[in-house]
Ligand binder design. Structure first.
Ligand SMILES: Nc1ncnc2c1ncn2[C@@H]1O[C@H](COP(=O)(O)OP(=O)(O)OP(=O)(O)O)[C@@H](O)[C@H]1O
Ligand SMILES: O=c1ccn([C@@H]2O[C@H](COP(=O)(O)O)[C@@H](O)[C@H]2O)c(=O)[nH]1
Ligand SMILES: [Mg+2]
Length: 231
């Protein structure tokens, strides 16, 4: 487990310094990933992190399940961690619940701590972080606490009308699957998630996937991104 080592930041410090903190020449190497055909080679010594972004109902969780099956990632859904926190009756539970009901964003410190714990308690080194970061503040808090940036960022690009339709048909009893909350979530997504998407696009890490079509058709667009990885 990651926990066996002193701290997660320690583990991640290698990837942080080698990938991003060595000046212009290193940055040029990363720019080559804008080709969208290459991803960094994972090594078992440091975590391989994929952020999975997209609006509400764009199909992030659905595609994560397929990626887990095909490529052996561990799925860490930030929303699921927060819902689990509510169900556990934790001290943060009621504030998380009201934030989710309002379609707003839970304070970064809470979410990052939950993600960190989940990663630390897992033997795997390949992680899909689903539905996070939702804002630049989230992104910076993750980098600061964990000490790493993602290796790959997926963005499921889906028209609003389709997202609304999917969410309203989801039928999983989520408190935020109603038209009022969806409208708010879409507004927050537009306001706060786009800067994150643009940030990773500029870093040459973004893989934008057209999320319209059947689940299998969309996965066939995802598969080549991870093809260099073995399960
Ligand atoms: N390609 C698709 N076509 C039609 N329905 C889909 C497709 N992908 C997912 N769905 C359905 O749409 C709903 C939303 O999908 P999913 O939960 O994966 O989205 P999400 O991006 O994780 O949403 P959220 O951000 O709200 O958690 C689910 O009921 C799912 O079964
Ligand atoms: O990083 C996060 C992730 C989620 N939230 C809150 O949870 C809901 C549901 O998230 P899903 O990813 O759709 O499961 C979201 O609308 C936020 O209210 C969060 O605050 N931070
Ligand atoms: Mg989801």
């Amino acid at each position: 487990m990651w926990r066996r080592v002193a701290s997660v930041s320690h583990l991640f410090s290698h990837s942080k310094s080698t990938k991003f903190n060595q000046g212009a020449s290193t940055f040029k190497i990363w720019e080559t990933f804008t080709s969208e055909s290459e991803i960094p080679t994972p090594s078992k010594g440091s975590p391989f992190i994929t952020f999975v972004l997209g609006g509400p109902g764009s199909g992030k969780g659905t595609q994560c399940a397929k990626i887990v099956e095909a490529f052996g990632f561990t799925h860490v859904s930030a929303g699921d961690l927060l819902r689990r926190e509510i169900a556990s009756g934790s001290a943060y539970g009621s504030v998380i619940l009201s934030t989710i009901r309002e379609g707003k964003i839970v304070p970064s410190q809470v979410t990052v701590e939950l993600i960190q714990k989940e990663m630390e308690s897992n033997d795997n080194y390949k992680f899909l972080i689903d539905g996070f970061p939702r804002s630049e503040e989230n992104r910076k808090a993750f980098e600061q606490t964990i000490g790493a940036e993602p290796d790959v960022v997926l963005f499921f690009d889906c028209p609003e009308q389709e997202m609304v339709k999917r969410v309203l048909n989801r039928n999983q009893g989520r408190v935020d699957d109603n038209i009022d909350t969806i409208k708010k979530r879409l507004e927050i997504f537009d306001e706060l998630n786009w800067p994150v998407i643009n940030y990773y696009s500029q870093r040459g890490k973004l893989h934008k996937i057209n999320a319209v079509g059947t689940v299998d058709e969309i996965f066939e667009k995802v598969r080549p991104i991870f093809a260099p990885l073995s399960k």
